[in-house]
Each structure stands twice: as structure tokens, then as C-alpha cells.
Design a protein around this ligand. Structure first.
Ligand code: GLU
Length: 416
């Protein structure tokens, strides 16, 4: 049985690349440890008058390349190992994209589906009160992630500004537009993923207009992936799922119709003209492109050999385990790894931060064209290293990212 501890997985991936790069053990040790970890307790007076204490985390992984950057997750199964892994992945993600940031991540153990808006606001403000000294536009810049929204970022920015007593929009990204959010940030993760997919498909010789797609997850990443596959490639999305279950429709799923259905029914299940399927069936369906856009550990040593897709575009963080990676590499399935494929979110977060700091706001066209340039360059870099070292694309991406972090640490005199 595979060990699925998220931070162990992150370290296994790092070590695999370190071997190819022949890194010395001191360098590996430095890259294997988060810089600092903060755990906080957040008391919230709930609507029923009782006080509930929530546990939150913020992990700073590495800041050799600049202020640390990474989202905050509100997730019932959140735990420190996961936040550590995610903060490491943010470090590699910002480095791979050439953004002047390090990596961080935060999380709160909570179930947003069982909380009122008022409770969520108190929790969000409470989290910022607890971590205020640990974040800042030049220190660590949070953003949305699983089950956190622009509204939550707005409350958080407001709370931070109340504490520091001056305007500081660059403290957090993914904000509502009216508070200095960037055009194009809302759908940036999926949009960026489409540019990566376009380059990956060129490399594999796959015609995306004729391809069939399965998309796991209908949150911020998955939902817009359905939309963009429809709009940009006119491809057929035959399978979609959310946390309650999945649907399959051979003739293709229309984004707007599915969104309307989900808004009414609260789930994608029972979508007219489709049949309900399980999560397993979705992953193993007969498609050309599989887009895991939900959570970790979905593609494992157990189900990887049953995957029929020719390309796996990881829009989620950590959806494949190292055993799954091996299987994909052997089967010549092109795995476009998470910290490349879903880097559109943090890339537009970077654009947002630049706009906040300079006070110069860009058009949506500008944002998308700069995003396209960055995602395309990073994908081409990864595919070139994948060819050069005859290694899987995740390891190739690690090689590029690690080298950039190591170079920055050496230039600071922190490594020999
Ligand atoms: N949560 C997103 C990620 O995992 C975005 C992070 C950010 O914008 O800082 O990349």
C-alpha cells in the first residue's frame, strides 16, 4: 500500500529530481524543511451563541526568491502535513513560472457548508488577527484556494488594514475587483491550464478540437475548465463530477446548462440527458484528456493503470501519487504536473500584486496575453527538460524549479 502522507509525497518528488540533479545532501536537507510553521486557535462565537475554537495553519516554506505566496484552504480534512506539502509546491510553482516569490500555504480545519456567512466572516477575520505578524505585502501574500472565495479575501484584507492602520491591498490576492482584484483572476487557474494543455497537445500530436474530456471537480478550477474546453477548443466534455458524484454524457456537456443545473440542484448529478457515474468511473472513462481539478490523491498505484486518457492535466494540487506518476510515464501518458498546470492562479495573483503596488491597473486582454506568455514558456521549458533527461514531466518541472531556488540561495550565501 502506498504511503499517502502529503508531505512525504512532496519529499519523494523532490528527492527523485535531486537524484537526477546530483544535489548534495546539505542542499536536499535545506529544501526539505519549511522555514517556519505557525499554528493558531481561532475562537468564533457561532450564530447559536456558543463559542467554537477552530485550528488554523500558515506555513512559510522558502523565501529565497521573494515574499512567500500561497492560498488559504478551508477544509474539514485539513492537516499540517498537507499544508506543508502545499507550501513546498507553491515554492516550486512560483520558481517554475519565474515569479519573484517564494512559497507558503495556509489552512483552517472547518466545514464551510455548515457555516453561515456571518460565521465565515468572523472566522476569516479571526484567522487574520492570529497571523497578522506573519503576513504582509513584502512578507507573505495569501490568496484563495479550496473553499475560499474573493469575498473571504475582501474580509481578510479589511481586517489586515484595520490592524496595520493603512491601506495594504498587496497583502492578499484574489480579492473582489472593487478592492483591487485583477481582471482575469477568477478564472485564471483554468485559463492558464488551457495554455499548458494546448502546448502539451501539440507535443503529443493530439487535436484538442476532436478530443474527449473528463473533468473531476466543479469548483473554481473544474467549473472554468468545462467552460474553456467548450469555448477555446470546442472539445467534448463527456464527464464531470463534484463532491457528491459524477455525470456522463456522450454527446458533450454544455457549461452554461450544467452551471444552471448545479445552481438549482446543488450537485451536478441527475443532469438532464446524462447518466450518473461514480468518481472512479469518471477517472477511468474513455477520454483523451483527463483533468483532475478537485483534491489530492485521486490517481494512485491502484487506479493509474486503468486510466485511458493520453494527457492528464492536473488542475488540482497533488492529485497523483508517485506510483501513479511511474505508471503514466511507462504507459506514455503525458502528465502535465500540478505546479505547472494550475500555476495560472498564482501567476495572475502576481499580476494583481504588481497592480496593487504600482497602482496601475491592466485590461483583461493584457492579463490573458501575459498569462499565455508565462504559461507557454514554462510548459516549453518543462517539455524540453523532459526530453533532455528522459524523465517524467513532473521531475522535469522540479529540476527547473529547484535549480532556480538553489541559485537564489547560493546568491544569498545560504548554500555553497
Ligand atoms: N491557491 C492557488 C494555488 O495553489 C493560488 C495561490 C496564489 O494565488 O497565491 O496555486
Amino acid at each position: 500500500m502506498e504511503d499517502l502522507d502529503p508531505f512525504d509525497i512532496a519529499l519523494a518528488q523532490l528527492n527523485k529530481a535531486a537524484k537526477v540533479m546530483k544535489l548534495d545532501s546539505a542542499t536536499i536537507d535545506v529544501l526539505s524543511s519549511p522555514k517556519e510553521i505557525l499554528q493558531v486557535s481561532i475562537p468564533v462565537k457561532m450564530d447559536n451563541g456558543e463559542t467554537k475554537v477552530f485550528t488554523g495553519f500558515r506555513v512559510h516554506y522558502n523565501n529565497a526568491r521573494g515574499p512567500m505566496k500561497g492560498g488559504i484552504r478551508y477544509y474539514i480534512k485539513e492537516n499540517l502535513s498537507e499544508v506543508k506539502a502545499l507550501s513546498a509546491w507553491m515554492t516550486w510553482k512560483t520558481a517554475l513560472l519565474g515569479l519573484p516569490f517564494g512559497g507558503a500555504k495556509g489552512g483552517i480545519i472547518c466545514d464551510t457548508k455548515k457555516m453561515s456567512k456571518n460565521e465565515l466572516e468572523k472566522l476569516s477575520r479571526g484567522y487574520i488577527d492570529a497571523v497578522a505578524d506573519f503576513i504582509g505585502p513584502e512578507i507573505d501574500v495569501p490568496a484563495p484556494d479550496v473553499y475560499t472565495t474573493p469575498q473571504i479575501m475582501g474580509w481578510m484584507m479589511d481586517e489586515y488594514e484595520k490592524i496595520v492602520r493603512h491601506s495594504a491591498p498587496g497583502v492578499i490576492t484574489g480579492k473582489p475587483l472593487t478592492l483591487g482584484g485583477s481582471l482575469g483572476r477568477g478564472d485564471a487557474t483554468a485559463k492558464g491550464g488551457m495554455y499548458v494543455l494546448r502546448e502539451g497537445a501539440k507535443y503529443k500530436g493530439i487535436d484538442l478540437t476532436k478530443a474527449k474530456y473528463a473533468i473531476q471537480g466543479f469548483g473554481n478550477a473544474g467549473q472554468f475548465a468545462v467552460k474553456f474546453v467548450n469555448e477555446m477548443f470546442h472539445g467534448k466534455v463527456v464527464a464531470v463530477s463534484d463532491s457528491s458524484g459524477g455525470i456522463y454524457k456522450e454527446s458533450g456537456i454544455d457549461y452554461k446548462e450544467l452551471l444552471e443545473h448545479k445552481e438549482k440542484a446543488g450537485t451536478v448529478e441527475n443532469f438532464p440527458g446524462s447518466k450518473n457515474i461514480t468518481n472512479e468511473e469518471l477517472l477511468e472513462s474513455d477520454v483523451d484528456v483527463l483533468i483532475p481539478s478537485a483534491i489530492e490523491d485521486q490517481l494512485t498505484g491502484e487506479n493509474a493503470s486503468k486510466i485511458k486518457a493520453k494527457i492528464v492535466l492536473e488542475l488540482a494540487n497533488g492529485p497523483s501519487t508517485p506510483e501513479a506518476d511511474e505508471v503514466f510515464f511507462k504507459k506514455d501518458i503525458l502528465l502535465l504536473p500540478d505546479f505547472l498546470s494550475n500555476a495560472g492562479g498564482v501567476t495572475v495573483s502576481y499580476f494583481e500584486w504588481v497592480q496593487n503596488i504600482t497602482g496601475d491597473y491592466w485590461t483583461e486582454e493584457d492579463v490573458y496575453s501575459r498569462l499565455d506568455q508565462k504559461m507557454t514558456a514554462a510548459t516549453q521549458d518543462v517539455l524540453a527538460v523532459h526530453e533532455k533527461y528522459k524523465t517524467d514531466p513532473r521531475t522535469a518541472a522540479y529540476i527547473i524549479a529547484i535549480q532556480r531556488v538553489v541559485d537564489a540561495m547560493k546568491a544569498r550565501g545560504l548554500l555553497n
